[in-house]
Ligand binder design. Structure first.
Ligand SMILES: CC(C)=CCC/C(C)=C/COP(=O)(O)O
Length: 301
């Protein structure tokens, strides 16, 4: 097998060739001999990116930071310094504790950053009704109608009206609990939005009616939580024919999808919203207000 030929440092630089992965390159000693540079030495032609460059690597500075901290040259430098510290302590084994401790969190962070990058890309591509001039802009009025069908105000008014009109105790119980569920949903979504504070997609037009201040945030989608929770509620408490049951489920899915098509949300906001709404129904069942409980509450007053 032929042995590798040393390359003149000058010629390598002039032809723009650096070592494989930027870490292995050749250098010339002062005596004119040519040597291979150690793999663990910091390559002179790949300085650390400036913060300005970091900003340009991606719109999310966190992602950019992650990319740099995970870069091979940085890892090499880290291992080089840990090797140096090992030799400076007279061969005593010093575990690179930092690397061990950050291995798992960084894998999770990289996986999360990748998921978020896909999420942003997909959401932007699916936001085809985000404005009138968009590719499916003509469907925007229809999507806004779907939006109204999942808005909190029509649901609150509808449940209050049915409660008022209902003449059976069972009907009143169901409507009262639906009202309680809708209020609970608004509170829980408001709390999560205020804690997470994820901005709505840049292509969204903030032309929704009747919003709370937390609704400038997008995670999770309140329409999606409400749609999933109300769909489960209706399926559990209304006696519906099979086609209607399918329609209720379809409606919940369409409300969720319309949030992304309208550009209001990213895909993950809606996916999490649907899941959260689904789980919220379990909470509603656990907190179910029965007539006996109501009588007790009234009796206590
Ligand atoms: C004013 C009331 C009673 C409810 C606000 C409903 C609303 C506008 C929620 C935001 O939903 P998305 O998070 O899906 O955009």
């Amino acid at each position: 097998m032929p042995s590798p030929k040393p390359v003149r440092a000058g010629s390598a630089r002039s032809s723009g060739v650096s070592g494989v992965g930027g870490g292995s390159s050749s250098s010339s000693s002062s005596s004119g001999r040519y040597e291979f540079m150690s793999l663990t030495r910091t390559p002179p032609l790949s300085p650390s990116p400036s913060p300005h460059l970091l900003q340009r690597q991606g719109s999310d500075p966190t992602t950019a930071r992650l990319r740099v901290s995970e870069s091979p040259s940085r890892r090499r430098r880290g291992s080089a310094s840990s090797n140096a510290s090992t030799s400076s302590t007279g061969g005593a084994q010093q575990l690179p504790e930092e690397d061990c401790m950050h291995l798992n969190p960084s894998i999770i962070s990289v996986a999360l950053s990748s998921l978020l990058a896909v999420d942003l890309w997909l959401s932007k591509r699916l936001g085809v009704c985000a404005y009138e001039e968009a590719s499916w802009g003509s469907a925007r009025p229809l999507m806004k109608l779907v939006e109204v069908s999942g808005h909190g105000i029509p649901w609150l008014i509808g449940a209050a009206y049915c409660l008022y009109k209902s003449d059976s105790a069972a009907g009143q119980e169901v409507m009262l609990n639906l009202l309680m569920a809708l209020v609970l949903d608004l509170v829980l979504v408001g709390i999560v939005k205020a804690v997470v504070r994820r901005r709505r997609p840049a292509h969204n037009r903030m032309d929704m009616f009747a919003t709370f201040s937390v609704d400038r945030y997008s995670f999770p989608s309140g329409h999606a939580t409400r749609a999933a929770m109300c769909a489960r509620f209706l399926l559990a408490h209304l006696v519906l024919a099979a086609p209607l049951r399918v329609l209720v489920m379809l409606w919940a899915v369409i409300v969720g999808l319309s949030r992304v098509l309208l550009g209001r949300h990213n895909v993950t906001d809606v996916a999490f919203g649907l899941l959260m709404g689904y789980c919220q129904y379990n909470l509603v069942e656990a907190l179910w207000l029965s007539p006996a409980m109501l009588q007790n509450m009234v009796g206590l007053e």
